[in-house]
Design a protein around this ligand. Structure first.
Ligand code: PLP
Length: 424
């Protein structure tokens, strides 16, 4: 109830009452007061089991004690002075050690900034303005990332993006033949791929397909970027590239790389990354590739990241989260079968997705999966929320190192009750 009042108040202060368009939820969003582990509480004190987990950023669980302590300690030393500090080097060394593609890392203030920077670097290195991306893959909201983010290669993804920019972006299906055909255009110097497939892995990208896309890009000699903003530190400590042994030139990271604080990173081949070094010049001006940003690599974020890295590096948190997502998927499939509802829970690593009305996605192309109508998804999400279980937007849910078998079983009870309502 209080959320409804707060939402009305917010609408007078913030466009739509939100700071991110996907946070809006009819009839109004829930206002969260505090979070701990895999749980959170709204302003009325109602408890939720969380399967959104900070849009995949809180891999260790909300308010992990080591992150909280690291941030508190750092806040007492220096919140921000816009100077170099030792934690950013330590943080970059962790990234460079864990990511096979990483010889250098540069920090940004969001994932969107990371993909913007990676594309700028790739264009600078290749000397070519055209970028090839995959239909339906999301790379943030900057002007060079939105065309193609929705399936169907929307050519006007938002008002306010110059058409001249949209025209530099080519979109292909997540299929090696389609990419090969698109790369016949020699004006393309960059390929960017979302390593989860699309939408948190809702559209899976099989390892063989990712490898084939990599091989096609390599043969064309373009700069290959993997956007590991979802898969980074989640699919494995070294992301999808370490798990599956498929290595790009540049990688973008955010969400988990910061220990769950705001920020992001680009890492990759030293020769490309060094274009940002002051030793390089273009038209006599250094550096060749410009990158700024007041809060990049801030000590507060670096402190959280450096506290998270040793925990993430062991892979134990990821194994726990994967096991809990497995338990959730299996439990959901059993519950749907028991209720006589046709549906499918699936997904990779610590993410699960649900589609009602189908019991398999085998044999479907990425475009077909991506365009499945969201049958009953609203009833499912609303039913779960009403029972104190918060899912991600669309069809997804995520587990973390804080999810336990008991919490998963509690969520599955809510799922069974929601299914019973849906068939009533
Ligand atoms: N790339 C991917 C794959 C993402 O999932 C996201 C955000 O969800 C982004 C880029 C953009 O990151 P940010 O929201 O930090 O700008």
């Amino acid at each position: 109830m209080t959320s409804q009042i707060l939402s009305e108040q917010a609408r007078a202060a913030l466009p739509g009452g939100v700071s991110h368009e996907l946070r809006y939820r009819a009839p109004h969003p829930v206002f969260i007061d505090r979070a701990k582990g895999a749980e959170k509480w709204d302003v009325d004190g109602k408890r939720y089991l969380d399967f959104k987990m900070g849009s995949a950023s809180q891999m260790l669980g909300h308010c992990h004690p080591e992150i909280v302590q690291a941030v508190q300690r750092q806040a007492e030393r220096s919140i921000f002075s816009a100077d170099c500090h030792v934690l950013e080097t330590e943080w970059a060394e962790w990234v460079n050690r864990l990511y096979p593609s990483a010889e250098r890392a540069r920090f940004t203030s969001s994932g969107t900034e990371a993909t913007m920077l990676a594309i700028r670097l790739a264009r600078a290195w290749s000397g070519k303005d055209r970028v090839l991306r995959v239909d339906g893959h999301f790379h943030g909201w900057h002007d060079h990332a939105l065309k193609g983010a929705k399936p169907g290669s929307d050519t006007t993804p938002s008002l306010g993006i110059p058409q001249a920019i949209n025209e530099l972006i080519d979109v292909c299906a997540a299929e090696p033949d389609a990419m090969q055909k698109a790369l016949e255009d020699e004006r393309i110097g960059t390929v960017i791929i979302e390593a989860s497939g699309a939408n948190y892995g809702c559209v899976p990208l099989a390892t063989d397909t990712l490898r084939a896309l990599h091989d096609v890009a390599r043969a064309a000699g373009v700069v290959l970027i993997f956007d590991e903003i979802i898969t980074g530190f989640r699919w494995s400590p070294g992301g999808r590239q370490a798990r599956d042994g498929i290595v790009p030139d540049l990688t973008t990271l955010a969400k988990v790389v910061t220990g769950g604080l705001p920020g992001g990173a680009v890492c990759g081949r030293a020769d490309i990354m060094e274009l940002m070094s002051n030793a390089t010049k273009r038209n006599g001006i250094a550096p060749a590739v410009s990158h700024k940003g007041t809060f990049n690599g801030s000590p507060l974020v670096a402190a959280a990241a450096c506290a998270a890295m040793p925990i993430l590096a062991t892979g134990e948190i990821q194994a726990q989260a994967d096991a809990m997502a497995d338990r959730m998927r299996a439990g959901m499939n059993t519950a749907m079968a028991d209720a006589g509802i046709v549906g499918l829970a699936y997904g990779d690593s610590s993410i699960f997705h649900i589609h009602f009305g189908r019991d398999t996605i085998d044999g479907m192309t990425p475009a077909q999966i991506r365009s499945l109508p969201p049958v009953q998804v609203k009833a499912y999400r609303d039913g779960m929320l009403h029972r104190g279980v918060d899912m991600m937007a669309y069809t997804s849910g995520l587990t973390s190192g804080a999810h336990t078998p008991e919490l998963i079983d509690e969520a599955l009870d809510a799922f069974r009750a929601t299914l019973a309502d849906m068939i009533r």
